[in-house]
Design a binder for this molecule. Structure first.
Ligand SMILES: Cc1cc2nc3c(=O)[nH]c(=O)nc-3n(C[C@H](O)[C@H](O)[C@H](O)COP(=O)(O)O)c2cc1C
Length: 238
């Protein structure tokens, strides 16, 4: 079933929402600073419990971006060479469940194998998998890398607020011809990232994000993910 009606029939808000997808190959075209500021300001129109506005954003471009890329890719390679090192790199919060159950594990697998299948990466292609995973830590070549943190004193509700902020940012990006990829892949590397961005000791890494002009001709960016229909996840109580 197609959830998107004909694009020509969509109003601008619907079009921005429908055309957002995680892009994984970007052009080197720079993004003007004024545009990034505008996106952050639009994102901050998100609601938050008692208007606490718990978001803190770090914008990495140029040398600061490139240096972080090199640092994290080095660690990523080192962990591959010595998997025991992974124990030193832990996420600050459980983004994913400890124990996967159906239907979530099925959707996760379908998502992963569909993407790898599109790219011609098979289950035994460990080198290709590592290389594709590492594209995360190159911000998929996007010129702008974003890191988002929250003060650890804040409650779990702040992560709800954060989701709204991040979605606002990603949808607003569409209004400027830009695309994004939200990235939890960075979370395990917080101990490299937080000092690099100059975060305070009480800040927790929420996630990273790639931002830029997508290479619309790249095969990886033709990946359009399905959704279960509302009739499957909504319960109507009359
Ligand atoms: C908080 C968050 C973290 C994510 N982390 C990653 C990531 O590290 N790398 C990646 O390639 N995609 C990541 N994704 C993208 C999801 O895989 C994607 O949103 C999902 O498959 C649906 O596809 P769509 O965004 O194209 O609609 C993340 C999405 C969210 C919301």
């Amino acid at each position: 079933m197609t959830i998107a009606p004909n694009a020509a029939e969509l109003n601008p808000v619907e079009l921005a929402i429908e055309s957002r997808q995680s892009m994984r190959e970007f052009l080197p075209t720079p993004v003007p600073k004024a545009t990034i500021v505008r996106l952050l300001e639009l994102a901050s129109r998100a609601p938050s419990g008692t208007n606490t506005q718990p978001w803190k954003a770090y914008v990495l471009q140029g040398a600061s971006r490139d240096a972080l890329v090199e640092k994290v890719c080095q660690v990523h390679d080192a962990i591959r060479a010595d998997p025991q090192l992974a124990a030193d790199y832990r996420e600050a919060y459980d983004y994913y469940p400890e124990k996967w159950v159906s239907p979530y594990i099925d959707r996760r697998r379908e998502n992963g194998w569909s993407l790898y299948g599109l790219l011609g990466i098979g289950k035994a292609d460990k080198d290709k998998m590592h290389a594709q995973h590492q594209r995360n830590f190159r911000f998929f070549d996007a010129p702008v890398g974003l890191m988002f943190t929250v003060d650890t004193v804040m409650g779990r509700g702040s992560l709800v607020d954060y989701g709204m902020f991040l979605q606002n940012l990603m949808v607003a990006a569409r209004a400027h011809g830009l695309h994004t990829c939200p990235q939890a892949a960075w979370n395990g590397f917080a101990k490299v990232i937080l000092p690099h961005i100059g975060a305070e000791p009480d800040e927790m890494l929420v996630c990273g994000m790639s931002l830029g002009y997508a290479d619309e001709s790249a095969l990886v960016n033709t990946f359009r993910t399905p959704r279960v229909p509302a009739s499957d996840f909504a319960t109507w109580l009359d």
